[in-house]
Write a protein that binds this ligand. Structure first.
Ligand SMILES: *Cc1c(COP(=O)(O)O)cnc(C)c1O
Length: 403
């Protein structure tokens, strides 16, 4: 076996399609984010980050960093084990209570990431409910797809946010057959929002459980940061809510919030939960501060929406092809993989602006784009700079503008 040859063949396949990923090596600066230092081929450069999922800048919030300093001084760096073997600290217990309250559920369970939360929960429920049918929105995140696949049961994919198609699939098995409808609230690439209430009502009409990934909404929407379901006043219609602690909350980790029975089953059966060391109490302390702060403060959420709306309008004013949506995501369409990468490279090298090109398979071919995530810490001046730079790059490469 020519191992080396096989490995380089696999990489060459990606390179020839323009899908080979190169990571940007950056250092964020506490207190001056979204400014950061980029470590590039020609040395260091000061840049502005426009593609962070630390949507509210909570990873830079002084309450959060202070709580983490305090925790490391009190209890040290790591948790020391799995939840079963000495890795359940009082911080973990408190955070699970805080999250259950945030989503008005009986219980919550922490995971080391949102990815693991989706993978562990969906695969476990799939196995527990036997041959349950999982109905999955076609744009669901890779972590849900992987969890459903590993559950091993039957799966049907429903056309994105299409209620008629969903109903058709719900009717395809008997009413008393176990079913789970899995979907997201805010879809992070197009920035559109699912009709959660209508989906849940339909699912429940056919006796299905509802599983909602609110990763791009928790902390950001709802009067206490409970996500779109909280904003819409329908938390009770969602049976299982899954979220991350790494995006809106700015630190790291993932969770589910649901009935005590669901949480107890996942806690007891999911290998991805059971056999992995729990989150560091330092991280959990930071998340606790973040969740508690965002339960009572709307300042960050309001400024976040204001920044996104303003940036969208500024880009439209110069004719850039912004995809309109009702959330905080600002996608600008390039519609060509190689060009998309080129535009991002130019923005970084010539304008000190960092935005990651989004290509297949993250989005369908022909819909390649730049995905901007303005945060409360982006200033008017940074937005002016961004629009000027994009305008120049669009002209240089003669890229299509909005009608
Ligand atoms: C980022 C993401 C996840 C995974 O969350 P992590 O905490 O980053 O592992 C899950 N679902 C969606 C929709 C995501 O975008």
């Amino acid at each position: 076996m020519d191992y080396a040859g096989k490995l380089s063949e696999a990489l060459d396949a990606l390179k020839s399609e323009g899908r080979y990923r190169v990571f940007a090596d950056i250092v964020r600066h506490r207190g001056s984010f979204p400014r950061a230092t980029f470590h590039g081929p020609s040395g260091e450069d000061e840049i502005v980050v426009w593609c962070s999922n630390d949507y509210l800048g909570m990873g830079q919030n002084e309450l959060v960093t202070a709580a983490m300093h305090e925790a490391i001084d009190l209890v040290g760096a790591g948790s020391g084990g799995t939840r079963n073997i000495s890795g359940t600290t009082h911080y973990h217990v408190e955070l699970e209570e805080e999250i259950a309250d945030l989503h008005q559920k009986e219980a919550a369970l922490l995971f080391t990431s949102g990815y693991i939360a989706n993978d562990a929960t969906l695969s476990t429920l799939g196995r527990i409910f036997g041959d349950s049918l999982i109905i999955s929105d076609e744009l669901n995140h890779a972590s849900m797809i992987e969890g459903i696949r590993r559950g091993g049961g039957p799966k049907r994919v429903w056309r994105h946010n299409d209620l008629e198609h969903l109903e058709e699939l719900l009717q395809s098995v008997p009413l008393d057959h176990p079913k789970i409808v899995a979907f997201e609230s805010v879809y992070s690439m197009d920035g559109d929002i699912a009709p959660i209430e209508a989906i849940c009502d339909l699912a429940h009409k056919y006796g299905a459980l509802t599983y909602l990934d609110e990763v791009h909404a928790v902390g950001l929407y709802g009067p206490r940061g409970g996500g779109i379901a909280e904003r819409d006043g329908i938390l009770d219609k969602v049976d299982i809510i899954e979220g991350t602690l790494a995006k809106g909350f700015g630190v790291m980790g993932g969770y589910i919030a649901a009935s005590s029975a669901v949480v107890d089953v996942v806690r007891s059966y999911a290998p991805g939960f059971i056999f992995s060391t729990s989150l560091s109490p330092v991280l959990v302390a930071g998340v606790l501060a973040s969740v508690r702060h965002l339960k009572s403060s709307n300042v960050e959420r309001e400024r976040h929406q204001e920044r996104a709306t303003k940036l969208r309008r500024m880009l439209l004013d110069v004719g850039l092809p912004v995809m309109m949506c009702e959330s905080h995501i600002v996608p600008v369409m390039v519609k060509d993989a190689v060009l998309c990468k080129q535009v991002a490279d130019d923005l970084l090298s010539d304008h000190k602006i960092y935005v990651q090109p989004i290509n297949y398979p993250t989005v369908p071919r022909g819909t390649e784009r730049l995905r901007f995530t303005p945060c409360p810490l982006h200033t008017d001046e940074m937005m002016d700079d961004l629009v000027r730079a994009l305008d120049a790059v669009w002209t240089r490469h003669n890229i299509k503008r909005a009608a």
